[in-house]
Every structure is written in structure tokens, then in C-alpha cells.
Design a protein around this ligand. Structure first.
Ligand code: NAP
Ligand code: GLV
Length: 313
């Protein structure tokens, strides 16, 4: 008789119940082992991880693939963490994408409709109607045109914004002016009044949103970073806001999380701090996607959304 499929659940910092209920409902045939109660390590076929405890992958002789609960997998690429030759799959979840789309659209419209300027007036009890630009006169730029950035770009096109997108390789999205590679960055930034960062964190993208990049945006441009804190050089962003080069920023992700209470971002009137929840992996939809991938792999098929370890995403 074929052994029951066995999956190790080793996620920290997430509520356990919705995941376990979801797996029980959608995969009663899979034996879920919750770290550290893993039983016989030789039973484990697959692992589902998020901020996994140290040593979690040691001594799992039959591990066939690792699924990440998150879309961003940079912390799993710490040297020596992953076992050799076991594929890593990043999270692609329709529920996560919908959440990111909502958040990015909300903040783009917030800046487009100059709500940050209204907030400053309200603080001084100043009655000052501001005329918004027409969407067709407001350039919005998205760095990263993957699962998340691509969806946000397609939605924002429907508002009538001139949409720009920047990626590593050439991409094509209806209604979006696309740029790629290092040579495409400067023309992408020029005229981009609302910049969204949805890049993976890699050696190439770490610290990319620095003073030099910010200086290439039109004066008063707004930044929305929902990717990773390390994309942004904090001191450069704060200086750019002080000088007026950047008008406002929405930051969902930070170099250190939770953001320390003493960090200047918390009290800055031009910075909106969100505690890394612009988009959350949704158990209902994510488990569905994960299971279809896992079952296909178990039946001898190819894994979807496998991380290219050399590329870093
Ligand atoms: P994805 O599908 O892998 O897309 C990544 C995009 O970034 C691709 O368009 C890729 O270019 C581009 N890119 C990668 N390296 C680049 C470089 N050096 N220069 C220019 N473009 C580059 O990733 P995703 O699923 O959209 O997720 C993006 C990131 O969002 C994740 O890695 C994660 O860090 C973050 N995230 C944050 C939250 C949150 O709650 N804040 C939630 C989920 C995800 P190509 O198209 O050419 O490959
Ligand atoms: C969250 O930050 C994710 O990468 O899914």
C-alpha cells in the first residue's frame, strides 16, 4: 500500500489554526506534522515553511520539495539553510495578489487625490480645496512586474494613469509602458510621480531605492514600498523627504521588523507606517494552489513557481 503523503508544517509568526483547519478540510489524505513533533524524519515528503526554526531541514532524508508560505523567499536563501538539491517553491496565491492589488491601488489613489496634503492642512485646521490632476496626467511606475506588480499595473491602467513598469527582463502588459534592466531604469523613473516597489529582495535590488534613484523622480514624487525594507536606504529616503524631493512615503516593510519604537518613520508626518500587512497569504486560496502543485509533483509533474536559486527569486 502506498504510504500516506506527509508534509512538515514549520511556520513561525503565523496563526496556526486557519492553516491546520484548511489542510484538514482540503487535504485529509495528507499527514501534517507540526514542528517540532515531526515523528520519524524519514516520513517527511514535503515541507511548508515560513521563518522556519533553525535546523528544521536537517535529517529529512526523503524531503522532495519545500513550499514557502510567503512570496518573498530571501531569508530562506541564507547560506547553509536549504538542503542541497531540494526544490524551493515560492508562494503564488490569488488571495495574496488581491490583497496587494487593493493596498497598492488604495495608496496610489491616496497620493493621486493629494490626501497626504489634505492631512497636513487638517492638522493646521486649514480649509484648502486642492485640485487633483487628471489621471492621464499622473504617471505611476511599478518596479517589479511579476505576480503582484503585474496585477497592480493592470488594475491601475483602468483608472487612466499612464502606467510604467520596470522588470529585469522585457515584459509586455497591455496599456503599460515597460522598461527593463539597468539601462531602462532612468527613463522609467523620469516623470514617475508615484513609485511602487514590488521587487524581490536580491543582491541586485538590495538598497536600490537610494538617494540616486530618488533624485531621478520628479520633485515631490511619492513612494510606496510593499516589497522588502532592505530595498530602501532609510537615511536617503528621510533626506529626500526633508529636502522636498519626495513628497510622502507609504512603507509596509522595514529593515528591522517590528519597526523599533524609536525609529523616525513612526512620527514622521510624511511617512505612513504599515506593519507588513499590505498583503497576507490567505490560507483558503493558498492551500488550494499549494495542493494542486504538490499533487502534480507527487504524480511526476513539474513544480510551478520554483525559485531560481541562482537568480535569487
Ligand atoms: P515575482 O512574480 O517573482 O516578480 C518579481 C518581479 O521583479 C519580476 O517582474 C522580475 O523581473 C522583477 N525583478 C527581479 N529582479 C529584478 C531586477 N534586478 N531588476 C528589475 N526587475 C527585477 O514576485 P511577486 O510574487 O510579484 O512578489 C514580489 C515581492 O513582493 C516578493 O519577493 C516579496 O518580497 C514582496 N511581497 C511583500 C508582501 C507584503 O506583505 N509586503 C507580500 C507579498 C510579497 P522579470 O519579470 O524579468 O523576472
Ligand atoms: C510577505 O511578505 C511575502 O513575501 O509573502
Amino acid at each position: 500500500m502506498k504510504k500516506k503523503l506527509c508534509m512538515l508544517f514549520a511556520c513561525t509568526g503565523v496563526a496556526l489554526a486557519p492553516w491546520l483547519e484548511g489542510f484538514a478540510a482540503q487535504a485529509p489524505d495528507i499527514d501534517i506534522r507540526i514542528w517540532p513533533e515531526i515523528g520519524d524524519p524519514a516520513d517527511i515528503d514535503y515541507a511548508f515553511v515560513w521563518k522556519p526554526p533553525t535546523g528544521v531541514f536537517a535529517g529529512l532524508p526523503n524531503l522532495r520539495a519545500i513550499f514557502s508560505l510567503g512570496a518573498g523567499i530571501e531569508t530562506l536563501l541564507t547560506p547553509g539553510l536549504l538542503p542541497d538539491s531540494v526544490p524551493l517553491v515560492r508562494m503564488v496565491d490569488p488571495g495574496l495578489a488581491v490583497g496587494m492589488n487593493e493596498f497598492v491601488v488604495m495608496r496610489v489613489l491616496h497620493y493621486h487625490r493629494r490626501m497626504h496634503e489634505h492631512a497636513a492642512f487638517q492638522a493646521e485646521a486649514v480649509w484648502m480645496p486642492l485640485v487633483p490632476k487628471l489621471p492621464e496626467d499622473r504617471v505611476v511606475g511599478i518596479m517589479g512586474l511579476g505576480q503582484l506588480g503585474g496585477l497592480c499595473a493592470r488594475t491601475l491602467v483602468s483608472f487612466g494613469f499612464p502606467l510604467r513598469g520596470w522588470s529585469r527582463t522585457q515584459r509586455q502588459i497591455d496599456g503599460v509602458q515597460t522598461f527593463h534592466g539597468q539601462h531602462g531604469l532612468a527613463p522609467f523613473l523620469q516623470d514617475t510621480e508615484i513609485l511602487v516597489c514590488l521587487l524581490p529582495l536580491t543582491q541586485d535590488t538590495s538598497g536600490l531605492v537610494n538617494g540616486h534613484l530618488l533624485s531621478q523622480l520628479p520633485r515631490g514624487a511619492c513612494l510606496i514600498n510593499t516589497a522588502r525594507g532592505a530595498h530602501v536606504v532609510d537615511t536617503d529616503l528621510l533626506s529626500a523627504i526633508e529636502s522636498g524631493q519626495i513628497g510622502a512615503a507609504t512603507l509596509d516593510v522595514f529593515m528591522q521588523e517590528p519597526l523599533p519604537p524609536s525609529h523616525p518613520y513612526w512620527a514622521h508626518p510624511k511617512v505612513t507606517v504599515v506593519p507588513h500587512c499590505s498583503a497576507i497569504t490567505q490560507p483558503k486560496t493558498a492551500i488550494r494552489t499549494l495542493l494542486s502543485n504538490l499533487r502534480c509533483h507527487d504524480a511526476g509533474g513539474m513544480l510551478e513557481n520554483q525559485v531560481d536559486l541562482a537568480r535569487g527569486y
